[in-house]
Write a protein that binds this ligand. Structure first.
Ligand code: ACO
Length: 166
């Protein structure tokens, strides 16, 4: 068996949002994915092997989360993004909480996410949702991106991997 997991919780409703799995015929929301990962080459490298879920409200896609099967027991959130006008309204948390439900239903043991040392808001959000720092990939952003990246006045140098046990 490969690391791919089956989806047993295709759609989870909340009062205003729907969490929906995209199938192969659906359009990939690249506009959102590129907010989190500016390299289309990198996005294309993982998106086809992943499960892609979106948050929809009144037929408008407001957010996306990409779940990549690392092993038979572990999943990585490769990409999460919310439309800029809708950020800070709980949609990112909604995407992660619903992803946790899907992954737990599929009997995975852990889920991880990587982010930069400079991504202060994201580090806050993931730790608030129970993820803990488990690994530091030193100089990841220096070694893998052509230009220096700055956020919040801090250079993105290292990737912090945060993991939540399920
Ligand atoms: N800066 C400061 N605080 C933030 C940030 C941020 N960038 N993102 C989230 N938070 C805080 C919110 O203020 C909120 O705090 P509160 O609960 O105390 O009020 C909490 O985190 C939850 O925020 P949500 O509203 O649930 O998150 P949101 O809907 O904004 O989604 C996301 C978060 C996905 C990071 C969104 O801001 C976004 O799309 N950013 C651009 C793309 C991006 O950086 N994606 C992550 C890259 S890493 C990866 O994809 C593996």
């Amino acid at each position: 068996m490969d690391g791919k997991f089956t989806n047993k919780a295709k759609t989870v409703m909340s009062p205003n949002l729907t969490f929906k799995k995209l199938d192969k015929r659906d359009q990939i929301p690249y506009d959102l994915l590129l907010l989190a990962d500016p390299s289309k080459v990198l996005v294309d490298g993982y998106v086809m092997q992943s499960e892609v879920y979106i948050a929809i409200q009144n037929e408008e896609t407001l957010g996306v989360i990409v779940l990549f099967p690392l092993t038979t027991k572990a999943v990585e959130i490769k990409n999460i993004a919310v439309k800029p006008a809708f950020q800070g309204k709980g949609i990112g948390s909604y995407l992660i909480e619903n992803a946790l439900k899907v992954v737990a239903l599929n009997k995975k043991e852990s889920i991880c996410i990587g982010t930069a040392n400079s991504s202060v808001g994201q580090l806050y959000l993931y730790q608030k949702l129970g993820f803990e720092i488990t690994e530091i990939k030193k100089n990841f952003f220096i070694d893998n991106y052509p230009e220096p990246i700055y956020e919040n006045g801090i250079q993105a140098k290292h990737m912090l991997v945060l993991t939540r046990q399920l």
